[in-house]
Design a binder for this molecule. Structure first.
Ligand code: BGP
Length: 474
């Protein structure tokens, strides 16, 4: 079994990492707009430093980003030239509801996404839309404490009603929350949570998670009511956790680590809190406040497909002496001696993608979608300005080979593959521009200087051939 004929090849971006125009078109301020670059970034993302306004001492990379807001036509034309079948992007919530609780949506914001989708459709590119990719209207953080409040479900529902109604004939595939499991690791960065001194942070996080899970189920319910042709997916920061040794304690630890992540998709896909989660919450002395009808809502509105990001596997050990760590997507992991790493210390493990695909497919038996994967690297233009990013080609080739094997030899049902940051954009973790993932180079540096000019890297022509051959020419 080869890849599907209609396999959705493409790339992915997120509003706050590419759009810029952070105040244009009556857009309101959102969490991502107050997250600075530099050394305060990670503590702000983690909710350790509270920053709800911009100040003059910090640089905020989302404000201009790569100016996709004004240049989307040029950018989408380049993606079309590569033969993209699919373009994953997210909506900036505050373009549509500037405060989050406004009675009426902002027509200018809605119109902007109409134009972006039309531009995609003009080239036969299917938009894949993340409803929220790490953004919360700052007004809702200040007034109700973001996702710690149940009221967020109503605001999210209103957003969904508006966008499903408006875009139902333009967008078929939707993702409810980007990397929903990141709420536990980057509570402010992913979900706008800030903590009070001395409060039980885990209790707040899991209550917020419950609200997001309900909101996600409601989104599926609304979409099916408005137009059943729309497909709703969840989105997991994926990757299996390996045990450091074959000691049963290590194996058990790895299993429990994976369950921290699976918890979210277990609810979104199977429709109920799994027993291990109920027991775990009990042990932590956390009682989730549920409303009448919540369990039924989760049960009746599970997702159609499961999407995930994959950058590299994780590793854990039950032995506290084993503690050599390396960076990874959003939180560090143990260093695996069998793997090489990127310039940012992220471990490279293409075989792990096959393993993750198989684990997810065994567990849920629903179509899968790889919606992020790629290599963040420093690209150095030569004297002619060309970029020979063979390292990126190598990384992607190995990963494409791995998912092809999962489809062809293991029978996994895979809808598509969108590489992360198909055009260079701001890094979510570090706020840097120099951590580049794209096939298209954007002339801008970490201080925000540059012409914003776009140019094709070597990988551009390579990916074009991959798509044209449906993954046969690697
Ligand atoms: C994921 C996010 C993306 C993206 C990617 C790469 O966690 O969904 O927004 O940025 O990671 O991470 P980084 O930008 O930190 O290299």
């Amino acid at each position: 079994m080869a890849l599907r004929e209609d396999f959705l090849w493409g790339g992915a971006v997120a509003a706050n990492q590419c759009e810029g125009g952070y105040k244009e078109g009556h857009k309101g301020l959102s969490t991502v707009d107050v997250i600075p670059a530099g050394r305060d970034r990670v503590p702000v993302l983690q909710g350790k430093i509270k920053m709800l306004e911009c100040d003059s001492e910090h640089f905020y990379p989302s404000h201009e980003a790569i100016d996709f807001y004004h240049r989307y036509k040029e950018d989408i034309a380049l993606l079309a030239e590569m033969g993209f079948k699919c373009f994953r992007l997210s909506l900036a919530w505050t373009r549509i509801f500037p405060n989050g609780d406004d009675e009426l949506p902002n027509e200018e914001g809605l119109k902007f996404y109409d134009d972006v989708f039309d531009e995609c459709l003009k080239y036969g590119i299917e938009p894949l839309v993340t409803i929220t990719h790490f953004d919360v209207p700052i007004h809702l953080v200040k007034t109700i404490g973001s996702w710690r409040s149940r009221k967020m479900v109503d605001h999210y529902e209103r957003l969904c009603e508006t966008i499903f109604d408006r875009y139902q004939h333009k967008v078929k595939y939707w993702l409810t929350f980007n990397e929903i499991n990141m709420l536990l690791h980057l509570p402010f960065g992913s979900s706008g949570l800030v903590f009070e001194e001395g409060e039980n942070e885990n209790a707040v996080k899991y209550q917020a998670a419950h609200h997001q899970l309900i909101a996600s189920a409601k989104a599926a319910e609304i979409a099916r009511r408005i137009n059943p042709a729309m497909k709703i997916g969840c989105m997991l920061a994926g990757a299996n956790t390996y045990p450091y040794t074959c000691a049963p304690q290590d194996v058990w630890k790895a299993m429990t680590r994976d369950r921290e992540h699976y918890f979210f998709v277990d609810v979104q896909s199977r429709g109920e809190y799994p027993n291990y989660a109920k027991k775990g919450l009990e042990r932590m002395n956390i009682k989730i406040v549920m409303e009448e009808g919540d369990e039924e809502c989760l049960r009746n509105n599970t997702v159609d497909f499961i999407s995930f990001s994959y950058y590299g596997s994780r590793l854990t050990s039950a032995d506290p002496e084993v503690n050599t760590k390396t960076a990874a997507n959003l939180f560090p992991t143990l260093r695996n001696p069998y793997l090489r790493t990127s310039e940012w210390g992220w471990q490279i493990d293409s075989e792990g993608l096959r393993i993750t695909l198989n684990s997810l497919y065994d567990r849920y038996q629903k179509p899968l979608f790889i919606v992020e994967n790629g290599l963040g690297a420093i690209d150095m233009p030569d004297e002619k300005g060309d970029i020979a990013d063979d390292y990126r080609i190598e990384y992607l080739r190995e990963h494409i080979q791995a998912f092809k094997t999962a489809v062809e030899e293991d029978g996994v049902d895979l809808l598509g593959y969108t590489t992360w940051g198909c055009i260079d954009l701001v890094s979510s973790g570090s706020g840097q521009m120099s951590k580049r993932y794209g096939f298209i180079y954007v002339d801008k540096d970490d201080e925000g200087k540059g012409t914003l000019k776009r140019s094709k890297k070597k990988s551009f022509e390579w990916y074009k051939k991959v798509i044209a051959s449906n993954g046969e020419t690697l």
